[in-house]
Write a protein that binds this ligand. Structure first.
Ligand SMILES: C[S@@+](CC[C@H](N)C(=O)[O-])C[C@H]1O[C@@H](n2cnc3c(N)ncnc32)[C@H](O)[C@@H]1O
Length: 219
């Protein structure tokens, strides 16, 4: 296991600076900051775009879409080829996201925002109908969201958990706060599922990716 030393820390910090976002991203980040929403960090956003580029998901669910930094990142690389169902419990955040979608020229038929608590919505979404589920709504209910995400994804589905470091509390065993315990349990649930390949990507907030193993090819 690599131990954190100053060189490794310097390389990791350097990697976090090697991201150049389009000018259109800054106003959405500003709107997020104005409303006190902690949006996905630049490295996480860039990793999410890479994942979308490689997997080309057609149907996406985002749990906790905030003002839409992650949503717009996915829509930017996928174009009109995908539909997004964004679940957001805070009306101000949902309205600010609607504004961002309009400014980006995204049709409302392509990106649907459901203004409701995710725990009241997810059960209504169809089994195996989605290719990517992004979870970014805090740690407390993460186990529930992960269980639902496993039901929602189709045969080549991917589950992504942002802020997997739980604000850097995850690696500290002494921290027993509800969100940290739930995050540990949820990530373990994904890691121990033999159908999934998982990886914790070292963005600033931590991006945990769980992908269904491909079916073996028939000879
Ligand atoms: C970390 S922010 C999401 C940031 C967003 N993914 C982005 O990158 O721009 C978390 C969001 O989850 C929302 N949220 C919190 N609990 C929720 C719940 N139970 N159901 C739906 N949304 C929730 C908050 O209102 C907040 O906007």
């Amino acid at each position: 296991m690599p131990s954190m030393n100053s060189e490794l820390l310097a390389s990791w910090s350097f990697s976090q600076t090697q991201i150049h976002e389009k000018d259109s991203v800054a106003p959405v980040r500003e709107r997020s900051a104005d409303l006190g929403v902690k949006c996905i960090d630049p490295a996480g956003r860039s990793m999410l775009q890479l994942l979308c580029t490689l997997r080309r998901p057609k149907n996406i669910v985002e749990i906790g879409s905030g003002v839409g930094v992650a949503s717009l990142a996915m829509l930017e690389v996928l174009g009109a080829d995908c539909t997004l169902t964004a679940i957001e419990s805070n009306l101000e955040h949902a309205n600010a996201m609607r504004q961002g979608l309009r400014e980006a020229g995204i049709a409302s038929a392509q990106a649907r925002i459901i203004h409701e608590r995710a725990e009241n919505v997810l059960a209504r979404l169809a089994d195996h109908a989605y290719d990517l589920v992004l979870i970014d709504a805090g740690g407390e209910l993460l186990l529930e969201y992960v269980a639902e995400a496993k039901r929602l994804i189709g045969p080549s589905g991917v589950i992504v958990v942002n802020n997997a470091f739980d604000n850097h509390k995850l690696p500290k065993p002494a921290v027993r706060q509800a969100s940290t315990v739930a995050t540990r349990d949820a990530l373990r649930m994904l890691r121990e599922d033999p159908r999934l390949i998982t990886h914790l990507l070292p963005s600033e907030q931590g991006l945990f990716v769980a992908s269904l193993r491909p079916m073996p090819r028939r000879k």
